[in-house]
Design a binder for this molecule. Structure first.
Ligand code: M6R
Length: 606
């Protein structure tokens, strides 16, 4: 996930920017850079990889006296992690750093190329700098040009921009991505995309709100609203004092922060891939990867396996292609019969899971085409696979996977629809319905205070008992597996995920009031079937927590979800419910949910 810092003042600006970027390292990044105006000179440094590479590159550079500086850490989303794609992006005399997405960048880029602007990166961000300079040549006023530039943008963004003709100021805007600005006692101005880099420099900051833009100079902050251009008075708030607390952005655990940010990272996951009413993987995967393919096999471990299982339903249903999913550690030793007409997909958050990597190598040795769905670019799995779709979740610190799962399922759903386009397996209206639904996952994954409060209170009733069964049918069976895995890995309580229709074939023998059933009861998929399965458990006195948009009178506890037209929207909303429920139970049990016992984030051994 990208990070931004900015500075106006007389201290040594390079060190301040580098320290700020260091504070943002925890968010994950694969390149970094900064631009500084000092003594009428503009200096730009960028480097791929760790910050130490950037530090090494600029080791002989120092500022003296007054400077204006902007810096950035980039987690590759649009375009590979290369130096050209790293921020700041520069024009003739302007530098810009940006978090978020410019959804209409392709159109703007085309327009600017026609006007003669040359692009040197694959990013959406670069359009900003050329667009600004284009407006500047028309309006001859940087502040008007900045306002005009913002007016052309669609998407979510936080931007800092500096330009040579006004080397004493930073232009900024916030619209969907975070941005904070602080004034220090000596008149210095500091910007950052989260609290941590500001701690120690300023005490009082303004958390910019969406739709705010402006300009900062020494000891001065001018704020406007985008809607009316009116000047607004900055509202200062006190900064937290602990950096560790700040890195968690006010949340108790990284896992909690990661659950809350799912609706934001999904914007990145879909960026440039959901275009108008189509799925486009233009710069990432060639359609030829799917030529001659009559079957798909997906292989993964843990949570990633649950995403694989979800995909096997989606691929068969939407792309009408035979699909199976396998647990990588099983697949490796089963002497599988592999056919070259099978596309082999692996899914991994880390890209380093030993079993998944070995399964991928086996498939390659057997001559299969391979595709990786992964969160970490340049990881072993990404390097090994023929093609990759990055999930773009940003770094995931909590050992229990949450946003990685959400983004994997989103990418897999997009892949199923992409294949449906190639294979003409869906009528146009159905494809459009799917894509419209896909666009809504951002909304349904947003955590509301009411839901979280309810789950917090409910959790105290689920701290004992002799076990949990998460049950669901169809797409909600893999989600039930995921719910059970979440709960057991952080609460250390025994939990199983089960297909609801299978309970009567054995597990129902366990049913009594101390057996907790978490029933996933979507309204849009096999509702009556799952309802009767839950009734069977209720008749045996199992304690039922039903999650459904439809009231269910036999439930002991009930979480009401919103009614949706599409099962996947119910899926994503229920996913958030089971993640939060598991986390709240584990917190009540006194566990560190970020670092559960016996578990590692990346399992690089068999
Ligand atoms: O990095 P990977 O996605 O390949 O990791 C696979 C599993 O180790 C991982 O999903 C694990 O199950 C998580 N702890 C689940 O929360």
């Amino acid at each position: 996930m990208c990070g931004i810092v900015g500075y106006i003042g007389v201290k040594e600006a390079k060190s301040i920017i580098l320290e700020g970027l260091k504070e943002l390292e925890y968010r994950g990044y694969d390149s970094a850079g900064f631009a500084i105006f000092n003594n009428n000179q503009a200096t730009l440094f960028k480097a791929v990889g760790k910050l130490t590479n950037l530090v090494e590159k600029c080791k002989d550079f120092k500022t003296q006296g007054f400077s204006v500086a902007i810096g950035h850490t980039r987690w590759a989303t649009h375009g590979k992690p290369t130096e050209a794609n790293a921020h700041p992006h520069s024009g003739e005399a302007t530098f810009v750093v940006h978090n978020g997405i410019i959804e209409n960048y392709a159109l703007l880029k085309e327009e600017l190329i026609k006007k003669g602007f040359k692009f040197s990166s694959q990013t959406d961000t670069e359009v900003l700098v050329h667009l600004f300079e284009d407006e500047l040549s028309r309006l001859s006023d940087p502040s008007k040009a900045f306002r005009a530039m913002i007016g052309r943008l669609e998407g979510a963004f936080a931007i800092l921009l500096i330009t040579k003709s006004e080397p004493d100021r930073i232009y900024f805007v916030k619209h969907g991505s975070p941005m904070i600005v602080g004034l220090a006692e000596d008149g210095e101005v500091h910007f950052a995309s989260s609290d941590a880099p500001l701690i120690g420099y300023t005490r009082e900051v303004v958390y910019l709100e969406d739709g705010m833009y402006g300009v900062a100079t020494t000891n001065k902050l001018e704020l406007h609203t985008l809607e009316t251009d009116e000047v607004i008075t900055p509202q200062f708030k006190r900064l937290p004092e602990s950096k560790n607390f700040a890195q968690k952005e006010g949340f108790r655990y990284f896992m909690e922060k990661e659950i809350y940010e799912q609706h934001q990272v999904l914007i990145d996951t879909m960026m440039g891939r959901v275009v108008n009413q189509k799925i486009s993987f233009d710069d990432e995967v060639s359609p030829s990867l799917f030529e001659g393919i009559d079957e798909i096999k997906i292989c993964a471990c843990g949570t990633s396996y649950h995403a694989a299982l979800t995909a096997s339903y989606l691929f068969e249903r939407l792309a009408k292609i035979r699909t199976t999913s396998e647990i990588a550690s099983e697949f490796r030793y089963k002497e599988p019969l592999l056919r070259p007409s099978t596309l082999f997909i692996v899914i991994s958050q880390s890209g380093e899971t030993a079993d998944t990597l070995e399964a991928l190598k086996m498939a390659k040795r057997a001559g299969l085409k391979t595709l990786a769905i992964c969160n970490v670019d340049n990881s072993s799995i990404v390097r090994e696979a023929d093609a990759t779709l990055l999930t773009r979740a940003g770094i995931e610190k909590g050992v229990a996977s949450t946003k990685a799962f959400a983004t994997q399922v989103a990418v897999l759903w997009m892949t199923a629809l992409y294949l449906a386009q190639l294979r003409h397996s869906l009528p146009r209206e159905k494809l459009e319905t799917e894509i419209n639904a896909l666009r809504h996952i951002r909304e349904v994954t947003k955590v509301t205070p009411t839901l979280h409060e309810k789950l917090k209170r409910l959790s105290k009733r689920y701290l004992h008992g002799h076990g949990f069964f998460f049950i669901g049918r169809d797409l909600f069976y893999p989600l039930a597996l995921e719910g059970a895995l979440k709960l057991k890995e952080i609460s250390y309580l025994h939990a199983e995920g089960y297909p609801a229709g299978e309970m009567k074939h054995g597990p129902i023998a366990l049913a009594d009031s101390e057996l907790f059933t978490i029933a996933l009861m979507p309204k849009t998929l096999l509702y009556d079937k799952i309802k009767s399965n839950v009734e069977e458990l209720s008749a045996r006195d199992s304690t039922i927590l039903a999650i459904s948009p439809e009231p269910f009178e036999l439930a002991d506890d009930f979480i009401t979800t919103h009614p949706h037209e599409h099962p996947m929207l119910e899926f994503f909303e229920m996913m958030v419910v089971i993640q939060l429920l598991s986390m709240e139970i584990a917190i009540r049990m006194g566990n560190d949910v970020d670092m559960p016992r016996n578990l590692a984030k990346s399992v690089t051994v068999e």
